[in-house]
Write a protein that binds this ligand. Sequence first.
Ligand code: HEM
Length: 143
Amino acid sequence: LSADEANLVKSSWDQVKHNEVDILAAVFAAYPDIQAKFPQFAGKDLASIKDTAAFATHATRIVSFFTEVISLSGNQANLSAVYALVSKLGVDHKARGISAAQFGEFRTALVSYLQAHVSWGDNVAAAWNHALDNTYAVALKSL
Ligand code: HEM
């Protein structure tokens, strides 16, 4: 990512990175097949799990992963660390039977959440698109 793109991703992520529960709930609401892969949440009504401590814990783990990768991005010196993190994410999810198509669904839901909750525009959209293309190119290798 260019420094400009990294800054756009960072400043928009800062607007939602503490909405962990809201973000995961939006993903599950849009794609129940994603929720179904979580042993603790499969088959349950989203409204009944959304306010639980277990849901907050999972949401925080997932959202924090983005926060960590985004904080490392835009700096060549961090490229190999980012690569290792994202590569491990792919391997760990492969082991859980998650498909590339489901990663695609997750991306769609995340981008639509961002679009609705951050100051959005063509330049922000393009920066996220580039960031997610790069991330997914690595993660999907294992899926
Ligand atoms: C666990 C991130 C997409 C299902 C996790 C964890 C993180 C994470 C950080 C906890 C650490 C770990 O146990 O590996 C992400 C990110 C995603 C993504 C950043 C997209 C870019 C998905 C998708 C699914 C999924 C699409 C399902 C279709 C799971 C499950 C767990 C998990 C089942 C384990 C939950 C448990 O411990 O019971 N994910 N995830 N993830 N993720 Fe994802």
